[in-house]
Design a protein around this ligand. Structure first.
Ligand SMILES: [Zn+2]
Length: 262
């Protein structure tokens, strides 16, 4: 651990940053952090990350400010953004698992595994990772994009949904697309994946092709959905999300006339 390594201090869902210049993190040796009322402090934790949680309402030290983690998407350097997501995931896992869910005894770090261990009943608790699928569906040179009610005005994106107990990723894709827009898909192909720490997801990206059905939105998770050609694209998510990469991949492989590029 070097003093210049980043120190991730969380207040609820906010992250502590330096005020001046581009968004940047305090270093692990930053003296002004010593007076913060830490609830939990790992400095460093067993993965070499320094992170801590402070109570809601805690004031930022001089020259620093607490910022919503979501607002840093696209503003913080990509590797630092995902490192802060990993630190948040681990911090959140610790704060949500202080006690054994089976017997109520306090949990402690497992001596060998990256896990927590109950010394009373031997229950082992690993970090929970919630997989979700995200899918670019294509039909005749157009891509299916939908609007969630939480999106900024004018924003559309590829459809996504959480994997439920007992499902394969393919089953989730077929169910989600059917539920949200009433469409059947085929030819499902893996695209790539990305951790998504809001708060503990793993987004697994796929491409698929339309099989049958016309768009019929559910009106709840999706308030609008359409087929977009490359020339008529709406506003879509900013850099380095897998949603963005799926949409850029579609644009890169289409010439705008409904044909895939060679
Ligand atoms: Zn127990």
């Amino acid at each position: 651990m070097r003093g210049t390594d980043p120190f991730f201090v969380f207040r609820g869902d906010d992250l502590l940053l330096r005020k001046e210049g581009n968004p940047s993190l305090p270093g692990a040796d930053e003296a002004s952090l010593n007076d913060l009322p830490f609830l939990d402090l790992r400095h460093p934790d067993r993965e070499g990350l320094s992170w801590a949680e402070v109570p809601l309402g805690t004031e930022a030290p001089e020259g620093m400010t607490f910022v919503s983690r979501r607002s840093l998407w696209g503003r913080l350097d990509e590797s630092l953004f995902f490192l802060s997501g990993k630190a948040f995931h681990l911090m959140d896992w610790h704060r949500m698992n202080r006690f054994c869910g089976r017997c109520g005894h306090a949990l402690a770090d497992h001596p060998e595994e990256k896990a927590l261990l109950c010394s009373s009943c031997d229950n082992v608790v690993f970090p929970v990772i919630a997989p979700a699928v995200i899918v670019a569906v294509e039909r005749d040179g157009k891509i299916l994009l939908g609007r969630s009610p939480h999106f900024p005005p004018g924003r559309y994106s590829v459809l996504a949904g959480f994997v439920e107990a007992g499902e394969s990723l393919e089953t989730t894709i077929i169910r989600e697309i059917r539920e949200e827009v009433g469409i059947e898909v085929q030819d499902i192909r893996y695209f790539g994946s990305q951790p998504w720490p809001f708060p503990r997801s793993l987004m697994v990206g796929f491409k698929a092709r339309w099989k049958s059905g016309e768009i019929a939105i559910d009106g709840r998770e999706i308030v609008d959905a359409r087929w977009f050609s490359p020339e008529e694209m709406p506003d879509f998510p900013p850099s380095f999300s897998i949603a963005r990469k799926l949409i850029e991949d579609f644009l890169k492989t289409h010439d705008g006339k409904g044909r895939g590029l060679p």
